[in-house]
Design a protein around this ligand. Structure first.
Ligand code: ZN
Length: 55
């Protein structure tokens, strides 16, 4: 596990950064990407794009 896919991540505390978080309600991992102009993308992922860990 790396910082990018830390289990501490949520879509709340990732504000302003990129990372992978777990959506408890949907039981799925999402890649959270925020652009500097405030646009947010959430993409469902099965592997961490940073360390390759299966999620
Ligand atoms: Zn990782």
């Amino acid at each position: 596990m790396c910082d990018y896919c830390s289990s501490e991540n949520t879509d709340e505390n990732l504000r302003g950064e990129d990372g992978v978080y777990y959506d408890v309600k949907k039981s799925k991992h999402y890649l959270y990407i925020e652009h500097f102009f405030g646009e947010v993308y959430k993409i469902e992922v099965n592997y961490c794009p940073e360390c390759g860990r299966k999620l």
